[in-house]
Design a protein around this ligand. Sequence first.
Ligand code: HEM
Length: 222
Amino acid sequence: MKATTAPTSWLHTTVGRKVVMALTGLFLMTFLVVHLGGNLLLLRGDGGAAFNAYAEFMSTNPAIRILEILLFAGFILHIYQGLYFILREKKSRPKGYALNNASANTSIFARTMRISALVVLVFLLVHLRHFFVEHRILGTPMTMYESCKRAFENPYYSAFYVGSMVLLAFHLAHGFYSSFQTLGLVINRRIERWIRWGAAIFAFVVPLGFAIIPLYFLVKTL
Ligand code: HEM
């Protein structure tokens, strides 16, 4: 008989791992709202004064620095658990089911979770390289506003952002609902309807808000 290894702790069980994904997912969604709020200062038309002041505060305030460490830990845990489930499913079902009518059972957002996750991950790496590494590690003399303006005046870079936000919307449309479901909060039909509406609104409004920023700079170049 094949020996199976028992999980060493609750965190290593399927439920434990799903709860970690749900909690980190909710934490990252909260970050997205705060991040969007700050980034929308780019649209104030004040030559970047408010946005640069905000960026300066965010990069120097000690409490924010601690939150930043938690944020990176949240991203790493979320990605790690996601990869674990993908690899485990691949191992246990290498050829897929013979009878698999996925489109009848799940939404397009649920079925595209892996591809949306991959695109958001690539986006994040490019994004961090462009802003975080450039400013915090390499110490470019440009202000944060100048960096954004220069980047988004490039139509290819802006298109990459807008395209990534479409996939982010897909990821959030399923992720938002799924986190509440995993945490056992979908307790009746009425709450389920509310959470589904919440997911639809969140997944539409937040990526749209981010996508407007590159489009704003691009349109200003015309
Ligand atoms: C138009 C859209 C966006 C703009 C203009 C923007 C702008 C920025 C800027 C300027 C920074 C550097 C902050 C600093 O180092 O002080 C930053 C950091 C970061 N961004 Fe974005 N961002 C956008 C969208 C996103 C999205 C959609 C995500 C997540 C999917 C994201 C995740 C992050 C993370 C994790 C950091 C590093 C954490 C931090 O330093 O605050 N950003 N972003």
